[in-house]
Write a protein that binds this ligand. Structure first.
Ligand code: HPA
Length: 243
């Protein structure tokens, strides 16, 4: 079953006819909310709001381990994480949709593994290519079928937040090769890999990254880009479900 982790701007899946609510409780604590199972059109899907509904948990306080565990328990066999991001590469203007193929983790202090020697014994997983290629291609194909332009590839840099970055931090991330910046891509991607669930990211650009433009970033511009962009995200997801 396909699962969608909805980020900022996608705390609810309109049109989802909920048939089951899976408990948020896991051996790792509480997920951000119940995992909703239901029909979207003719297709069964799981949905979890990453920050809860209404949006309450900041990126660094999301219990990613519980979220991914709850999705696995509910029967997720593929996961698409939807993430609002800033565009570091100037080609990624607000409302652009991007399916990144790499990531760099700049977060700190997040519980980021099940294999910590306590919950599960130590294990080093391969993470060379952090996103599932087949699922990435399926998302890109859904974009084509839905008539939505999706950028194929790019490196998602995950910062700790909740503040936005300084211009110097973004310049460093650009030198590192990051094309996008967000706060929630990690450890979600690695936990999905540890649970052996194919995972891909559908990123919605909601602002130019700090310093990419010669002005401050406002919450109003982020909200405006979310309003327009999230409808396109939903079209892509609905098309993905129909594939
Ligand atoms: N930086 C980090 N995370 C974000 C941004 C940003 O500019 N925009 C949306 N999420």
């Amino acid at each position: 079953m396909l699962a969608i982790i909805g980020g900022t701007g996608l705390t609810q899946m309109q049109g989802l006819e909920v048939t089951k609510r899976h408990s948020a409780e896991t051996p790792l604590g509480s997920a951000s909310g119940s995992v909703l199972q239901g029909q979207l059109g003719e297709h069964e899907v799981l949905f979890l709001a990453r920050h809860g509904h209404p949006h309450k948990l900041p990126p660094h306080r999301v219990n990613y381990r519980a979220n991914l565990w709850a999705l696995k328990q509910a029967g997720a066999s593929r996961i698409v994480g939807v993430n609002a991001v800033g565009g570091i590469d100037p080609v990624h203007a607000p409302e652009a949709l991007v399916v990144p193929d790499q990531l760099i983790d700049y977060t700190s202090g997040r519980e980021s593994t099940y294999f910590d020697g306590r919950f599960k014994s130590l294990k080093h997983i391969d993470f060379s290519w952090p996103y599932d290629q087949a699922l990435r291609q399926a998302v890109l194909e859904a974009g084509r079928a839905a008539g939505e332009a999706l950028h194929d590839g790019g490196t998602y840099g995950c910062t700790q937040g909740p503040r936005l970055e300084t211009a110097a931090e973004i310049a460093r991330m650009a030198r590192d090769g990051c094309s996008l910046v967000g706060m929630t891509g990690m450890p979600e991607a690695t936990l999905a890999r540890e649970l052996e669930i194919p995972y891909a990211c559908l990123a919605l650009v909601v602002n130019p990254a700090p310093g990419v433009v010669e002005r401050e970033i406002t919450m109003a511009e982020i909200e405006a880009a979310l309003v327009g962009g999230i409808e396109r995200v939903k079209r892509v997801l609905r098309t993905l479900l129909e594939a």
